[in-house]
Structure formats: structure tokens, C-alpha cells
Design a protein around this ligand. Sequence first.
Ligand code: NCD
Length: 331
Amino acid sequence: MIDLAAFSRQDFATVLELAQRFRCLPVAGARKLPALQGRLVTSLFFEPSTRTRSSFEIAAKRLSADVQSFSPASSSLSKGESLLDTARTYLAMGANLLVVRHRCAGVPQQLAAELDRDGERVAVLNAGDGLHSHPSQGLLDLFTLARYFAPEAPSPAALAGRRIAIVGDVLHSRVARSNLWALTACGADVVLCGPPTLLPEAFAAFVDGPPPGQAVDPVPQRGRIAIERQLDLALEGVDAVMTLRLQKERMQQQMITSLDAYHRQYGLSHRRLAHCGKHVPVLHPGPVNRGVELAGELLDDPAISLVDEQVTNGIPVRMALLYLLAAGEAS
Ligand code: NCD
């Protein structure tokens, strides 16, 4: 599972439906399902992570899988072992599913292709690759929005015709890219907002034409993407707002004039949200720069912030992905 560009609306529906079933399981009592008993899920994280890694590991454990995690700093990578040989080592120990995060775009895909060529029967799940894609985050954001609009039956239809704002550092965000594919596939229109340094004009055409490597788009009619530089105008009439972290570690040079100025122009607060004209939820993939992209009081306001809900939903969504991939492997 490398990215969401090639997902059809039915693919999204399948994941949301299964995630909802896992989400509705009783929290107390028998929490473990036997589905992945005897399977080994290995997480290979070459880049830091708090949420994604833990969430995948908890999801795997809830399905009774064995879980092994790899830490690059204390591994033989420092002795020059290649990434492919590292993966092969874990396969030799019986890994059935590899969850891979890397700072370079394309690594999980390349790894999957190499292992496929070797004839290995292993599933590779992309847990974030460079600026390219973060499919499980895109799916959990979609699930969170679909549950907000249709708590009993979250499906792509719950997103159709909605207007979703994505605000902030779009340029460095693999989460935004995955969300653009997911939201437009479900028929939502997206309004992007940010300064030109962090939101190049080219994003307006991000989903135009077939997804990379595909002859045709699996989604016959996508929602549209628009760019609006002024936050107050971008918020007019939206149904939800997604904010993004300012990814300072990925910026080669100063791309904003100052954090204060950025917050004044693009920071979300209760006062700013009034421009939506109605009550709307706010999402953020985390980690949050408090007081920069999002005012602290807004992040902590349970009537508006879905941030904790996103984290909670990450587990059933990743359970669904592991389940579907392991089932594919069995068949
Ligand atoms: C994001 C990531 O790592 O891509 N975080 C996450 O997985 N929840 C976004 C970010 O780092 O800002």
C-alpha cells in the first residue's frame, strides 16, 4: 500500500466500512481479534514518528499479530548494510508485513518492487515517504471526517459535495497530498490556503489527469481544488478545516518572514473560524506547533478540535489496512 492516488471510490468505501466495524468493537473486554495470529508485522522507521508507528503497532497487536520494530540508530545500517538487505533480514525472520517510513520519497515503493522481483510474499505499507505520500494518515483523516458527517455509516458519500479547507505548509506535506487524492475521489472540493512559498500554484492542478503510473483515473469524477491565499476568504462556507504543521526541518531556507507573522496570516483561532459562518471541526495530523498553525485554546477545545479523534481513529483504520493486506496474502 504505497499511496492513495490509485484508489477507486469503492476502495475507500471498503476501508471505511471495515474501519467502522473495528471502531465500534467494545473498548472493554475482548479487545483482541485473532485475525493476524501467527503473522509478524515489522515496522522499519528510518524517520522519527510518535503517532504512526505506535498506531500501527497497537493495530497489529489488536489483531493478534506479533510485532517487531527496527531502530536505525542501533542497527547494522550504521555498519553499511543496505536498506534492501535490512528488509531481507527481517523477511528471513518471518516478517509478513513491513511498515516502512523513510525521509526519501519512493523508498517503500522501490522496496516493494525489489521484494516482488525476488518472489517474496510480503506486504509493504507506506507509513510516510518524503513529501510523496502518507496513505494511512489520509485514510484516517477521511474516516474522521466521514464519521463526523455520518457517525453511523461513514462512507465516501458522506464527503460528496463538501468543501474542505487545507491550510498551511502544503509544499512539505505528504499528508496534504494523500488527502488531496482521498478527498477529491470522494467528491469533496478542496480549498488550499497558504503563502506562495509553502503553496505553489501548481497544486491547483494536483489531481488533474490520471494518477502517476496509471493510464486512466480510477475515479471518473473528482472534486475540484482551488487556491485562496487569504485565510478569511478560504474559510467562507467550508464544512471542515485541516491545518498542517510548519515543517521547519524540511525547509532549506527561511520560507516565512516570522512565526508571529505566519500565525497572524494563517494561524487558526476561534476568532478566525467565525469566518466559516457555521460550526466546523478542525483537524491536524500532529505534531502541532502550538500557537503557530493553531491557537492552543482551539486545539484544546473538544467542541471543535478532532485532533484526538484522529489519533483514536488511526488504530481501526490501520487494523483495516493490515487485515485487508494479510487477507490478500492468504488468498
Ligand atoms: C505527519 C508526518 O509525519 O507526515 N505526521 C503524522 O504522521 N501524523 C505530519 C507532520 O510531520 O507534520
